[in-house]
Design a protein around this ligand. Structure first.
Ligand SMILES: Cc1cc2nc3c(=O)[nH]c(=O)nc-3n(C[C@H](O)[C@H](O)[C@H](O)COP(=O)(O)OP(=O)(O)OC[C@H]3O[C@@H](n4cnc5c(N)ncnc54)[C@H](O)[C@@H]3O)c2cc1C
Length: 424
């Protein structure tokens, strides 16, 4: 019997640095690349928010089509199906006589629950689900400690990992692929079919986020250009705005690392290199913390006890915050930018979170759920991990005292221009 591997794409929508794909091609006669759009990703949450809002939904659809395009360019295609993976994957296995299924392992509870259901269903068919690791800069296997011993304090984690671990080279993107014979490769739903309305690009935003590996790689090249220009630039921009492509896996963190590393030695690029690397380490840290502690990050009291919650006015205050109607200009500007573009800077995220938690006395989990709906770069570990930290219920006790709303506002809007630009 010929060996046919089903490659289940999730948040890894790329050809470059994709070990799962490379191994599937090497170990099979043909592969079946599949993307499953799960309607559960678009439902309302217990916080009254949506799991996915229109801006990220649009970005996701573009990224999936981008992957199909990339696969077609090397002689393949992408099967697109809507439904629950635990139903779809076993059906496809039987229909296409698949001998093994590959996917990238996730860390948050809903994502791991889905893969556990798929694994169980495949088990009954005596088919193996092989897990790959491909979301982090450092591989779990290369860490100098087992997951249970990873330091809780970010600074210790950073120090140890940089001293004792390595960043592997990227896997080359395949240039040929042999896919199974499929009569109908399927289509993606329109946003309207997901009960979402397309949002036009806000003219105040300086970047149009277009989903897809090609767009992600093109944006990475713009970041490299920014680094080159740093020598003569008066206003040094450190933030890369790469997060949306990283979150859905159109870019691998290793690709980002090795590309920006090529700039080593070019004068004045060090600050931006260090800034991006620090961000990637935070990203790894939260993923590993989710692996270590699992669901604790989703609980209001997390690793401690959350502060005061004004239960009586919680819903009203949450609503004012979401709708940029708190009356506090900078926070309203942040929420307007978030609502209209899906992207805000790290300092803006902290500002909005601090105000919601400390000034409006709303439980931080409502804020985290709203960011989950709105952020174009949402990923569970980075979002819920950062929120828990800002709320003082994260597992890194040192991070409790570092947040200061006044300092943040000075950083974000020293001259009041930001609030003016984003006054709705
Ligand atoms: C309340 C709150 C919620 C957040 N939710 C998310 C989220 O859902 N998804 C997300 O990717 N980031 C999240 N962040 C982290 C951070 O704000 C964004 O990653 C960053 O602003 C993206 O901008 P950038 O691409 O210019 O980052 P850069 O500063 O250029 O950093 C490079 C990359 O490192 C990663 N990174 C940077 N800072 C962090 C951080 N603190 N934690 C985790 N990863 C980081 C991102 O992937 C980013 O693209 C959140 C932060 C806060 C305070």
């Amino acid at each position: 019997m010929s060996k046919k591997i089903l490659v289940w794409f999730r948040n890894d929508l790329r050809l470059h640095d994709n070990e799962m794909l490379v191994e599937a091609i090497a170990k099979s006669d043909s592969i079946l690349p599949v993307y499953i759009l799960d309607p559960r990703q678009f439902v309302e949450t217990k916080y009254g928010t949506l799991k996915t809002g229109s801006i990220r939904a649009q970005f996701t659809l573009e990224s999936v089509l981008g992957l199909r395009h990339s696969l077609k360019q090397i002689g393949g295609n992408l099967l697109i199906v809507t439904g629950s993976p635990e139903d779809i994957v076993p059906q496809l296995v039987q229909e296409y006589e698949i001998t093994e299924v590959y996917h990238h392992r996730e860390v948050a509870r809903e994502e791991t629950h889905v893969s556990a259901l798929v694994e169980n269903a495949l088990w009954k068919l005596r088919i193996n689900l092989k897990h790959f690791i491909g979301h982090t800069l450092y591989n779990k296997e290369d860490l100098p400690f087992p997951i249970k011993d990873i330091p809780d304090a970010f600074n210790q984690f950073k120090k140890k990992i940089e001293r004792d671990s390595i960043i592997k080279p990227c896997f080359a993107a395949p240039d040929r692929i042999n896919v199974a014979e499929v009569i109908d490769w399927g289509t993606l739903p329109e946003l309207a079919e997901l009960n979402l309305l397309q949002q036009a690009q806000d003219k105040r935003s300086d970047l149009e986020f277009l989903g897809g590996e090609a767009e992600g790689l093109a944006h990475l090249q713009k970041v490299i250009l920014l680094m080159q220009q740093a020598a003569t630039s008066k206003n040094l921009i450190l933030a890369s705005k790469l997060s949306a492509w990283l979150a859905i896996g159109c870019l691998s963190p290793r690709k980002v690392y090795w590309e920006i590393k090529k700039m080593e030695g070019v004068p004045n690029t060090k600050a931006m290199f260090n800034h991006i690397l620090l961000g990637l380490l935070w990203r790894d840290y939260f993923r590993f913390m989710f692996k270590k502690y699992g669901n604790t990050f989703f609980s209001p009291n997390g690793f401690g006890s959350q502060g005061l919650v004004d239960v009586e006015n919680e819903q009203e205050n949450f609503s004012k915050w979401k709708n940029a109607q708190t009356g506090f200009a900078v926070v309203d500007a942040v929420m307007t930018e978030l609502n209209t573009t899906g992207f805000i800077s790290n300092v803006a995220r902290q500002t909005a979170a601090l105000y919601l938690i400390n000034n409006l006395e709303v439980s931080w989990v409502f804020g985290a759920a709203y960011f989950e709906e709105k952020l174009i770069d949402y990923n569970p570990a980075s979002n819920w991990g950062n929120w828990a930290n800002v709320a003082g219920v994260g597992n890194d006790q040192k991070s409790k005292s570092v947040f200061d709303l006044d300092k943040n506002i000075k950083n974000l809007d020293p001259k009041g221009n930001y609030a003016l630009t984003w006054s709705s």
